[in-house]
Design a protein. Structure first.
Length: 157
């Protein structure tokens, strides 16, 4: 098989994009979790507004600190149209409820009882942040909230 120079360049460009993942857009998984009031929440239904999913546990000291910080930040996030969800990974309900009450957490907390959402989102350890743009695309995943998270979300609106 003989490719023209233009065909070879096109093929090479496609291969480079595939290798470096530039064409791989990840969308929010169609996962349903229950909140603390046993109301179902489908993680993929938050299209239209940017969202932050914070995967955490009560026994993780970094998570506990981040939950308190996020709670302070939440009123401003809400004003700016950013949805915030704490996704507790694999703990018993009563432990999560106690932590939320003891710390007066005001944003919505979801229960990933069997860690299925953490598995589907390839969460490796807690804390983990996942930022979604308004189209429901995962634009960032990491163990800390970037200082420029608003810019990341706004640039992907």
């Amino acid at each position: 098989m003989h490719l023209s120079r233009k065909g070879a360049v096109s093929l090479l460009t496609v291969l480079i994009l595939l290798v470096f993942g530039f064409t791989n857009i990840t969308f929010a998984q169609d996962i349903i979790l229950k909140d603390l009031e046993s109301q179902p929440v489908n993680l993929s239904h938050y299209k239209g507004n940017p969202a932050i999913f914070f995967f955490w546990t009560t026994w993780c000291p970094y998570c506990r600190k981040e939950m308190k910080t996020l709670n302070q930040m939440y009123p401003q996030m809400k004003k700016e149209g950013i949805a915030l969800f704490g996704v507790n990974v694999g703990e018993l309900d009563y432990k999560v409820v106690k932590f939320i009450k003891d710390n007066a957490i005001s944003f919505r907390v979801l229960l990933d009882r069997n860690s299925a959402a953490a598995y589907d989102y390839e969460v490796i350890g807690v804390p983990t942040y996942i930022l979604l743009d308004k189209a429901g695309r995962v634009i960032m995943q990491g163990n800390s909230l970037p200082v420029d998270y608003k810019d990341l979300l706004k640039n992907n609106l």
